[in-house]
Design a protein. Structure first.
Length: 83
């Protein structure tokens, strides 16, 4: 399915780019801009953004790695200065 008509980016292109980026660096933050750059393209009109992000979110590889989830919820250790 074509997601971005301007640059002819398909949903499979998006999945492949996400898989490639996740394999290269499991902790990388994946954004639409990074996907376009990985494909050697750039966004033009922006009309595809909602569908583009929807297709990104549908990919299991986009998920935050388990060890990085809930980092904000962990209690922050008290330093000696605060103590």
């Amino acid at each position: 399915m074509i997601v971005c008509s301007c640059q002819r980016v398909s949903d499979s292109d998006i999945r492949e780019a996400i898989a490639w980026m996740r394999a290269a660096d499991p902790y990388t933050l994946i954004t639409p801009g990074k996907i376009y750059r990985a494909l050697g393209k750039s966004a033009e009109c922006g009309g595809c953004v909602r569908l583009f992000v929807e297709k990104m979110r549908a990919d299991d590889n986009l998920a935050v790695p388990v060890e990085l989830r809930n980092l904000r919820r962990r209690p922050r250790p008290v330093s000696a200065e605060e103590g």
